[in-house]
Design a protein around this ligand. Structure first.
Ligand SMILES: [Cu+2]
Length: 368
């Protein structure tokens, strides 16, 4: 009996010590957790890219994707299979053998972890942003260190942001677009523009428009990403994150007088409501509005309505930028719900493929 007991004790000791030894080895070579970002942004801009997109870790390491920005993303490996769990718990292992995904997640304080026990190259993507892809390379030797990984992610972020800012600056420099209407009033156009395969300009151009009482403003979107022009607080009921009505048009009267809720619904390329939304303004005043999906990202605007007669309107080109509303704190993060029911990533993929656009963004964009 004694040799058997000793043998069992030895095995138990080895089992107990091995993970510690492996951890110690890992910490000598690289951190056992490598932190990267799933998207990021700054006021007026969303960068929809993994930062960095590709990196190398030592077998047994964990990768933590942080979600610092308000745009919803997933970290997804493989293709969904019938009967597969809809999402995998954070921290669980992935070895390339099945579907593995986070829930739809957005910042500022969310993260998702995956452990990689087996060497190999593992491509991953975001369900809501078709161009958002990356690869985790898992090797037996040491992987990338955190400082170099951060630097690379930072460079990729900056490159994407510089491109978007160049587009925004081009739109901001364009002259006001306005034209006379048959009744003697004028129509002013606000453009929604500026998307690349890795990001969105979340702004109205121009952000402030000065018009006359009785004039019309037409919002025109040139992008696939859904946006809205929304006046007044979203009416009660479900919070926005639960309520598909945020994407529906709501126009209670002929002309806006500064009261009530008006919403263009989701407009843009391939959206059922089309590219344009018009509102006539009946009463002088200054009216703030927002994109109900992206106001936490700084997508807000202002319409200044002057009396029908009087001094000429000041050019909006000289207007000072308006201050965006502060971002909302907290969101449904790992517990996204649509229409009161949990929406798994598989359901999300079905929704996205049905509409051809990211309805998920519409219904989960933010909580007010
Ligand atoms: Cu928007």
């Amino acid at each position: 009996m004694r040799p058997l007991c000793l043998g069992a004790l030895a095995v138990a000791l080895v089992l107990a010590i091995s993970p510690r030894v492996m951890q110690a080895e890992a910490s000598n070579d690289q951190p056992s957790v490598l932190v990267v970002r799933a998207g990021d942004g700054e006021n007026g801009y969303a960068i929809n890219a993994f930062l960095p997109a590709s990196f190398t870790v030592s077998a047994g390491s964990t990768v933590r994707w942080e979600f610092p920005w308000f745009e919803p993303h997933t970290v997804t490996f493989g293709v969904p299979q019938a009967g597969a769990p809809q999402s995998s718990p954070t921290g669980s292992a992935y070895a390339g053998d099945r579907f593995h995904t986070s829930d739809l997640t957005f910042g500022p304080d969310k993260s998702y972890e995956v452990r990689f026990p087996t060497p190999g190259a593992y491509p991953f993507y975001c369900v809501t942003h078709a161009e958002m892809r990356g690869t985790v390379t898992v090797i037996d030797g040491p992987g990338d260190d955190q400082v170099a990984t951060d630097a690379r992610g930072g460079l990729e972020f900056t490159a994407a942001l510089v491109d978007l800012k160049a587009i925004a600056s081009d739109w901001a420099s364009r002259p006001d677009m306005q034209s006379p209407l048959p009744d003697g009033s004028r129509e002013h156009v606000v453009a929604i523009a500026g998307a690349t395969s890795y990001g969105d300009v979340q702004q109205f151009f121009p952000p402030r428009v000065t018009i006359r009482e009785g004039d019309t403003v037409r919002w025109h979107s040139a992008v696939k990403t859904p946006h809205t022009a929304t006046f007044g607080p979203f009416p009660g009921g479900l919070p926005i994150v639960d309520n598909p009505a945020v994407a529906e048009q709501f126009r209670p009267g002929e002309a806006y007088d500064g009261s009530g809720y008006w919403n263009s619904g989701a407009i843009g390329v391939d959206w059922p409501l089309g590219l344009d939304f018009e509102m006539k303004f009946a009463r002088p005043g200054t009216y703030l509005y927002y994109c109900i999906l992206h106001d936490t990202q700084g997508m807000v605007g202002e319409i200044v309505v002057l009396p029908a007669t009087g001094p000429p309107p000041a050019g909006s080109a000289t207007a000072t930028p308006i201050t965006p509303r502060p971002p909302a704190t907290g969101n449904a993060g790992q517990d996204e719900v649509i229409g009161g029911r949990p929406l798994g990533v598989v359901g999300l993929i079905v929704v996205v493929s049905l509409l051809g656009v990211t309805l998920a963004i519409v219904t989960t964009a933010r909580r007010r």
